[in-house]
Design a protein around this ligand. Structure first.
Ligand code: AMP
Ligand code: MG
Length: 543
């Protein structure tokens, strides 16, 4: 994968020497008030606000590939001017920091004004090829959108965002990126379990990077307040800057834009399903207008395959945002966006077409994705639906690790399994995916072996050479994902001043589809100790 987008070998500049742009600030209306206290903001897309300095900013991690993408060099020192800028203590020349105004539907209900309560966009970096990226600090202090909260972020959630956004990128899932992780030298008080036991935890600031952090909620807030002019200006800015191929603003261009958002959102969710990612808080304020994974909070990875699983303890009851619900919720969120854009697009048929594009794209993409995971050319033969249905039933009959099962499917003796191989030997390659091998009763083993025989026969129908099939399956089924407990191990080490665990994982996660000798321990089932440990299996929204 080539991530050096700005010319091969182009010299990297120190962050302090970069020439920044601020098109969002320049082209869109600002809140006329600068008073940095929580308050309702009207008739504005953002409020100009500087980060609040922290006690002792210290660079804890840096993502070189993101630095290279931006043309920014890794700083020499952990506590020099770059750490100060990325910790929020120094606004560099040319930066015009702001907090964006947005609203959102949270857990199915309109929540009113939300906005960047702890995120502050510093500026935009424009690469040699014209691509534009926002540098945004998360955890940079209070803004007018902070409501009753403190504007800060704890180290554990910042590490999780830093690591996962990079891991997702290398998995090929559209996502925001992360450049740096800065420890603040301050503590942040959080009641992690919402049980009346607040604790002081180390604080941190992540510098996130994306072409834009505009969400569905940025449009919803203007629609909710009848600010049609702002709605149009924001839409025109987003289209002009990030969807220039759609042409000059017009009702037809708005229609093509909505369709494109639907297409990207469908692809995004299909990719999440492929790699077993559960976002955890798919509120409309957490839905990127570019179709990127955004706002890594109580996210998680399916370990045991359970469609109803959610990592988010706040959602444990209703499971609105569980794995299986993600496509339906994405569509529900697109309907909210359609409602917000209605003042710009009078013709409801345009929205219906967009939503059809969502459905069609999701269906097509997930069918291709499942075919890729199974190693068949397409899921279009008679009996394919039954084969799939049986597989998903099997995956749930005993606790089965989704990542390991699919990865090891490629190793099944597909070419010669007709009757000559006993059940036990036949399923050996996927045995490592079962959390409790002893729990695999003879009847279940028999069912699994029966499925494997039918599956093998199906694979043989395609006649693809074994090595070719395995190579392509290995591109669809990652070996390494950021397992929930592994992120926690990186956090534990970093809290003790040891960055080596995080650094090793970040390196391995850059090649998630490759075999990496010496790193097999990062591709194993979740150990039993992690089953009920906080942060390893379930997370609250407290971050
Ligand atoms: P989230 O659920 O993390 O996507 O956040 C929902 C809203 O709460 C957004 O407007 C955030 O900016 C805001 N928010 C979350 N945590 C904090 C915090 N510690 N301080 C201020 N605002 C926050
Ligand atoms: Mg959010």
């Amino acid at each position: 994968m080539n991530h050096r987008n700005f010319g091969f070998g182009a010299p990297l500049a120190d962050l302090c020497d970069v020439r920044f742009d601020n098109s969002f600030v320049r082209e869109l209306p600002a809140d006329p008030l600068l008073r940095n206290v929580p308050r309702p903001v009207r008739n504005a897309c953002y409020t100009r606000v500087d980060p609040t300095p922290v006690a002792n900013p210290r660079l804890l991690a840096w993502a070189d590939p993101v630095g290279e993408m931006l043309g920014i060099s890794r700083p020499d020192s952990a506590n020099g001017p770059v750490a100060e800028a990325l910790g929020g203590n120094r606004v560099l020349p040319g930066m015009q920091p702001y907090a964006a105004r947005y609203g959102g539907h949270q857990f199915g209900h309109w929540a009113g004004q939300l906005g960047d309560g702890r995120a502050i966009t510093l500026a935009e970096v424009v690469g040699a090829d014209g691509r534009r990226f926002d540098l945004q600090l998360k955890g940079a202090g209070r803004t007018p959108y902070s409501r009753t909260a403190d504007g800060r972020a704890v180290l554990r959630s910042s590490v999780r965002e830093f690591m996962c956004s990079e891991a997702m990128h290398y998995l090929g899932v559209p996502t925001t990126r992360a450049l740096s992780l800065v420890g603040t030298g301050e503590t942040v008080v959080r009641d992690m379990f919402y049980d009346g036991n607040p604790q002081a935890e180390p604080g941190a600031v992540v510098c996130r990077v994306a072409p834009t952090f505009v969400r569905f909620g940025n449009f919803e807030i203007h629609a909710a307040h009848g600010e049609r002019d702002l709605l149009k200006r924001l839409a025109d800015y987003v289209i002009g800057t990030h969807f220039p191929e759609l042409g000059e603003p017009s009702p037809a261009a708005y229609g093509r834009w909505f369709e494109e958002i639907c297409r990207r959102t469908a692809t995004l969710v299909a990719e999440w399903m492929r790699v077993g990612f559960v976002h955890g808080v798919m509120n409309t304020d957490n839905m990127s207008i570019l179709g990127l994974t955004i706002d890594y909070g109580p996210y998680g990875w399916l370990e045991g395959y359970d469609p109803h699983w959610t990592p988010n303890t706040t959602d444990a009851e209703g499971r609105r945002y569980c794995y299986a619900n993600q496509p339906g919720i994405a569509q529900w969120n697109l309907v909210r966006l359609a409602n917000a854009l209605a003042p710009l697009i009078q013709d409801t048929a345009i929205f219906e077409r967009g939503l059809d594009v969502f459905g069609d794209t999701f269906e097509l993409t997930s069918s291709r994705m499942l075919a890729g995971k199974l190693g068949v050319l397409a899921l279009d033969r008679e009996g394919d639906d039954t084969l799939l249905g049986e597989l998903f039933e099997l995956l749930q009959q005993v606790e089965t690790d989704m990542t390991l099962f699919f990865r090891n499917l490629a190793a099944l003796p597909v070419e010669g399994s007709d009757g000559t191989i006993g059940d036990s030997t036949l399923v050996e390659p996927v045995r490592c995916a079962f959390y409790d091998v002893a729990a695999l009763a003879p009847a279940q083993l028999g069912r699994l072996a029966g499925w494997v025989r039918r599956y093998a026969a199906r694979v043989r129908q395609d006649g693809v050479p074994r090595s070719e099939r395995i190579a392509s399956m290995n591109q669809a089924n990652p070996k390494y994902v950021l397992r929930n407990y592994q992120a926690q191990l990186a956090i534990d080490a970093l809290e003790n001043g040891d960055a080596s665990v995080l650094e090793r994982m970040m390196t391995v996660l850059q090649r998630p589809y490759d075999e990496q000798p010496g790193h097999d321990d990062l591709a194993e089932r979740r150990p039993e100790w992690a089953r009920h440990r906080a942060g390893c299996s379930a997370l609250s929204c407290s971050s």
